[in-house]
Ligand binder design. Structure first.
Ligand code: GAP
Length: 513
């Protein structure tokens, strides 16, 4: 049995071997935490983005999409609070010279205590028939001791973060006897804040006044355009503005492949609502977004909600949708009730009114905002890592298959002539040329049919059509299902409708509309 770490390593090498993801500038030994998407990765990523865009913009009458620039006026970031508060608390180990996020060290330590509790529960569950887990958790002395320890750290940590007390954050690390994973020592520096924004300068002169930031979130491009869109689109509250695009963060702990990158893509939607109704919309968007993820057909146990311990400077409620990656449950998407913080800040810093006149109330106000924000690359990793399977098949061989949701697969159908003669290639080409108008389809003649099937399994192609001798006689073909490997003989004339029903995005959208 391979461990989750081995599995994850296999996913990473598979992603490279099959043209999904390459390290950026690899010929120069790569650039840390920056990645390029190859021929199959770019297709999968585009399909995920389309699924998001269509379900947000196309399927909602009151949401429109925009595409704002990456560069924004530097005052934007002063107003949003990013210049002053977009920081990570960092700590260095003096022996290994490695730098860590202090909050991550403490959260990992708490997760280890959880693991110990779960082990106790598992051991007891094996020992006792009719095991009552809730009773065991509330009465077992060892579990209670672990839980009390974790609760105490949690409470101290929450208070320290809320007060911005970095000395106390360090003291928690010391008291928990957290060691550096590299040096094994507890020789820590003080904790200090580090701003995550990348900056560059605009124009010919390089001085303080020309500093410009690479946006660390796409959301601000939406806020500063809120009134432009509301007026030109004659939008009535409640309404949303959606956007997908690149964001940049100088992440210090950049690890776990495309989970935490320095250049990444976000898919964000700001929903503008009447003040006082934001909690209702916050709950609605939480439910809508989890349903959107689950419609992909991935095991539902892999998703859970996590309420934030420390709210960001702009939020009055916030939750993450977490996903069980090969390295554990981690944030996939954030849903934030951002109040009127951003619009009010932009009003103040720009001196322009950003109010909405509500005809029903006959009054003007600055709308409240509920935001949904998901990382496209992170979602890509969630889908890729759960789809990756190594299976032993009937003849004892191992096949590697990506059981991607068919609507998201880079290539929907592969068309093969069984042999390169007797009119088979011509017929297969005809089918290929018909289907390619609607879907991304490939044609292959090289190698034996088994090898061709395996190559398509490895990139997640849900259907393979084979033209054989019988096809020439009766205009039928076999269609092979990637997951069951079962083949069915069907009429060539039935293929377009049959394929469409299996891979068209609209069937996915129908599930969530
Ligand atoms: N506008 C709100 C915002 O940016 P966030 O929680 O900082 O909130 C939203 O980011 C989402 O963006 C995260 O849930 C994650 O999926 C993705 N994300 C954030 N930082 C990332 C990084 N360094 N690499 C990849 N994805 C990232």
């Amino acid at each position: 049995m391979s461990t989750p770490e081995d599995q994850f390593k296999n996913v990473i090498s598979h992603a490279k071997e099959y043209g999904f993801i390459f390290q950026s500038s690899e010929i120069y030994d790569g650039l840390s935490a920056v990645y390029d998407y190859g021929q199959n990765g770019a297709e999968l990523k585009k399909n995920i983005r389309d699924y998001w865009w269509k379900s947000m913009v196309q399927m909602n009458d009151n949401i429109v999409g925009i595409d704002a620039a990456i560069f924004m006026h530097p005052t934007t970031w002063k107003a949003s609070g990013h210049v002053d508060a977009f920081n990570d608390p960092l700590i260095d180990n003096k022996d290994s010279k490695k730098r860590y996020r202090a909050d991550v060290l403490i959260e990992d330590h708490m997760a280890k205590i959880d693991d110990k509790i779960n082990k106790e529960v598992e051991k007891a569950a094996k020992r006792f028939e009719g095991f009552d887990e809730a009773m065991f958790r509330s009465t077992n002395a060892r579990v209670l001791e672990y839980q009390a320890k974790k609760d105490e750290i949690h409470a101290r940590f929450k208070a320290a973060l809320e007060a911005g007390n970095l000395e106390e954050v360090k003291q928690i690390i010391v008291d928990c006897e957290i060691v550096c994973p590299i040096s094994g020592s507890r020789n820590w520096t003080d904790v200090r804040q580090f701003n995550l924004m990348f900056s560059t300068s605009m124009g010919a002169v390089t001085d303080e006044s020309n500093i410009i930031y690479l946006r660390p979130e796409t959301a601000q491009g939406i806020f500063v355009n809120y009134l432009n869109v509301q007026k030109t689109g004659r939008m009535k509250i409640p309404f949303g503005i959606a956007q997908t695009g690149k964001a940049f963060r100088n992440e210090i702990v950049a690890r776990q492949f495309i989970f935490r990158m320095r250049e990444f893509e976000q898919m964000e939607m700001q929903f503008f609502v009447r003040p006082g109704t934001e909690m209702e919309w916050y709950e609605k968007w939480k439910a809508t977004r989890i349903a959107w993820h689950k419609a992909l057909g991935i095991d539902e146990k892999k998703y859970r909600f996590h309420d934030h311990i420390k709210l960001a400077h702009y939020a009055n409620a916030a939750a993450d949708i977490e996903f069980e990656f090969p390295f554990g449950f981690k944030e996939l998407e954030g849903i934030h009730s951002r109040t009127d913080f951003d619009l009010k800040q932009h009003e103040q810093f720009s001196g322009k009114k950003l109010q909405y006149f509500d005809p029903e109330l006959n009054a003007s106000y600055v709308p409240y905002v509920v935001e949904t924000s998901v990382g496209l690359d992170r979602l890509f990793l969630a889908i890729l890592s759960t789809s990756f399977k190594e299976e032993v098949v009937d003849n004892g061989e191992t096949r590697v298959v990506l059981s991607l949701p068919p609507q998201l697969a880079p290539i929907k159908v592969a068309v093969f002539p069984l042999m390169g003669k007797d009119g088979m290639p011509e017929k297969a080409m005809e089918i290929f040329n018909t289907l390619r108008f609607d879907h991304n389809v490939t044609y292959e003649e090289k190698d034996n049919i088994g090898k061709r099937y395996r190559r398509q399994d490895a990139i997640g192609t849900p259907y393979c059509i084979t033209v054989d001798q019988q096809s020439i006689e009766d205009n039928t073909v076999t269609i092979r299902d990637r997951d069951t490997m079962k083949q069915e003989r069907v009429a060539i004339s039935a293929l377009p409708a049959m394929i469409d029903e299996k891979v068209n995005m609209k069937y996915l959208l129908k599930k969530v509309s």
